[in-house]
Structures are given as structure tokens and as C-alpha cells.
Design a protein around this ligand. Structure first.
Ligand SMILES: Cc1cc2nc3c(=O)[nH]c(=O)nc-3n(C[C@H](O)[C@H](O)[C@H](O)COP(=O)(O)O)c2cc1C
Length: 332
């Protein structure tokens, strides 16, 4: 189990949609990808084709659920497993007001027994792994006791992995964005959790900026999950397969990875999808490299125009110098 979670791209609302995931797949075959969080109500009653459809190339792919009712979670998990998702993940880390009003997300850190019940119910219903993504604690909770109680409850319920965003969340006074930046990171707390529970698969998340940093975490825990760095500088993902799995990268360079995406882009355009829906996830592909700004500006400006097609991508690529420096795994 542990090796399956060695490297994960975090669930991110509005960001990790199916286009984003398919793009990330051109950069790494081995990373585990996560959907945006979907509430149980949306999964059970919503438009499943729109909300839950994915491309077979996206595997291994986890569906992240938001909810706190074991029965609704069971039904939503079953729907996800039947659709072919490889994992069902429960969100115990989102601090947004909407989520808090629904009494799920990060506020569940205060109800470990209920989270355990949710995990046990989902485990009984589906054959795929059931995992939890949580925080160190919320508000005035002591992170030692809060994380231990959560780990105890979910491990007893048979959880397949616990992903820990290594900071607390403040439910009063901080926005979701501030809650990803202001509470201090404490990786040592996550390392202590793994040391105390060697049989539990533990994945660390939060503030990991490079692949080298991810690799260093793997000396202490089973997996590393990257969110913003993976999204904003997706070129780093090209190092995942060689560096962390000893496997060849799907493409030799960021440009080659984008070329691999082209058949998908053409297919989606033919289905009536706007170019920008796909290319908005690609904007950072060359960040930090020569020509990156012009590439980004061209794509951001022209991909939004009605009728924009694949030629916009070709034109944007023309801003990159012909003697573009070779991609190196070490740089990621
Ligand atoms: C735009 C955005 C949306 C997010 N949406 C979710 C979400 O739906 N579910 C979740 O568990 N975490 C969500 N997160 C938190 C990330 O999964 C991750 O825990 C957090 O960004 C810390 O990791 P990072 O420092 O590598 O970005 C979101 C983060 C961002 C930036």
C-alpha cells in the first residue's frame, strides 16, 4: 500500500478538474491524482457525467468526498468505486465556511469517532482503498492529542492511508487561503505520527516546494503530496517518475509533454469545450524558464477567444527559445 502513495498531487477545488489531471498525466504516470472535493449530495443527486466523469488515462485516481454522514458517504463511495475510481478519500481538512456549516471538513478533527464510523462504513461498502486527508488539529486543539485521536480512530476502522496537511486550521478568523499559509507547518509532528504507528500509511502534505524536498520527506513517511507547487510549476512533475519511482518520464521535456496533450485538446475542442478550459492549467508549464512569461501571456490572452484552437498553443510555444535548456530531474 505504502508505495502507491509515494507521490500524490493534492485535491484542489477549481484546479484539479479532469483537464488538469489529464495534463498532469502527460508529466507523470505514477503520481496518484485526486479530484476536487465533491460533497456527498452532489455525488448522489448531481449530474454524474459532468461531476464524476474522467478519462481512463487519469488512473490511478482518487475521488475526494466531503461529508460526515456514514450512510451518505457509503452511497457516494459506492458510486465512485463503481465508476472506477481507485480510491475514496474523505476530506477532514477544508476550513471553508460553507463546509463548516455542513459540519464536515476540518471541523471533523473534533469528532474522530465519527470519522472512524465514516471510514468503517465506506470500507465495508467498497473494495478500493479508503483514505482520509486531515490537519494537525483545529483552533485550540493540542496537535499531539488531536492527531493521535484521529489516527487511532481511522486506523482502527481500517483506513488505508492518512494524509496529513502538516498545519492546524483556524476555523474562526482565517480564510481558507490564509489557512493554507498562516498556521505554521510542523512536519516533525507528522514524522512522530509515522514513528508511533509504523503500520499506518502516512502521507505528508503542505508547503513542499520541490521534488527534492518531497524525496527528503520519504525518508520519514510513506508519501508526499504536493498541491500548489505541482499546479503552479507543473514541469516539476516530470521528475516524479524517474526520481521517485525509478521509471522513465512520459516525456523528455515540458514542451514534449505539452505535445502529448495535443490529441486530447483536439478531442475536447471537437466536443465543444473551450480551449481555455484546458490551457488555463498549462500556464505555469515553463515558469522560471526563458520565454515563460510570453508563453503564458499569449495563452492566457488568446485561448479565451471564441473559436480558439490548437494553433494558439503552437503560437505560444514559438515564444520559447529554440535553444531551450534541457530539462533535468535534478532541477525539479
Ligand atoms: C485552490 C486550492 C483548492 C483546494 N481545494 C482542496 C480540496 O478540495 N480538498 C482538500 O482536501 N484540500 C484542498 N486544498 C488544500 C490542498 O489539498 C493542500 O492540502 C494545501 O494546498 C497544502 O498543500 P500545498 O502547500 O502543497 O499546496 C486546496 C488548495 C488550493 C490551493
Amino acid at each position: 500500500m505504502a508505495r502507491t502513495h509515494r507521490f500524490c498531487v493534492a485535491p484542489m477545488m477549481e484546479w484539479t478538474d479532469r483537464h488538469c489531471r489529464l495534463f498532469h498525466r502527460q508529466l507523470t504516470r505514477r503520481a496518484r491524482l485526486y479530484t476536487e472535493m465533491l460533497g456527498t449530495g452532489a455525488v448522489i443527486h448531481g449530474d454524474r457525467t459532468r461531476l464524476l466523469a474522467f478519462d481512463p488515462a487519469e488512473h490511478p485516481l482518487a475521488l475526494q468526498l466531503g461529508g460526515a454522514d456514514p450512510r451518505a458517504l457509503t452511497e457516494a463511495a459506492r458510486i465512485g468505486a463503481d465508476l472506477g475510481y481507485d480510491e475514496i478519500n474523505l476530506n477532514v481538512g477544508c476550513p471553508s465556511e460553507r463546509v463548516r456549516d455542513g459540519r464536515f471538513g476540518a471541523c471533523l478533527m473534533e469528532e474522530p469517532a465519527l470519522v472512524g464510523d465514516c471510514v468503517a462504513a465506506m470500507k465495508a461498502a467498497v473494495a478500493v482503498p479508503v483514505t482520509v486527508k486531515c490537519r494537525l488539529g483545529v483552533d485550540e486543539q493540542d496537535p499531539e492529542a488531536a492527531l493521535d485521536a484521529m489516527a487511532e480512530a481511522v486506523e482502527a476502522a481500517g483506513v488505508d492511508a492518512l494524509i496529513v496537511h502538516a498545519r492546524k486550521a483556524w476555523l474562526d478568523g482565517l480564510s481558507p487561503k490564509e489557512n493554507r499559509e498562516v498556521p505554521p507547518l510542523d512536519y516533525a509532528r507528522v514524522y512522530r505520527l509515522k514513528a508511533a504507528r509504523p503500520r499506518l500509511t502516512v502521507v505528508v502534505n503542505g508547503g513542499i516546494a520541490t521534488l527534492a524536498a518531497a524525496a527528503a520527506h520519504l525518508r520519514r513517511v510513506d508519501g508526499a503530496m504536493l498541491g500548489r507547487a505541482a499546479y503552479r510549476e507543473p514541469w516539476r512533475l516530470l521528475a516524479v517518475d524517474p526520481l521517485l519511482f525509478g521509471a522513465p518520464a512520459p516525456a523528455p521535456s515540458p514542451r514534449a509533454a505539452l505535445e502529448l496533450l495535443m490529441p486530447y485538446v483536439e478531442r475536447e475542442l471537437a466536443r465543444g469545450i473551450r480551449l481555455h478550459a484546458v490551457t488555463r492549467h498549462v500556464l505555469g508549464l515553463f515558469n522560471g524558464m526563458p520565454g515563460a512569461r510570453a508563453f503564458r501571456r499569449h495563452l492566457a490572452t488568446y485561448a479565451t477567444k471564441p473559436g480558439a484552437g490548437g494553433e494558439v498553443i503552437a503560437d505560444a510555444l514559438a515564444f520559447l527559445p529554440a535553444d531551450f535548456p534541457a530539462f533535468t530531474v535534478a532541477a525539479a
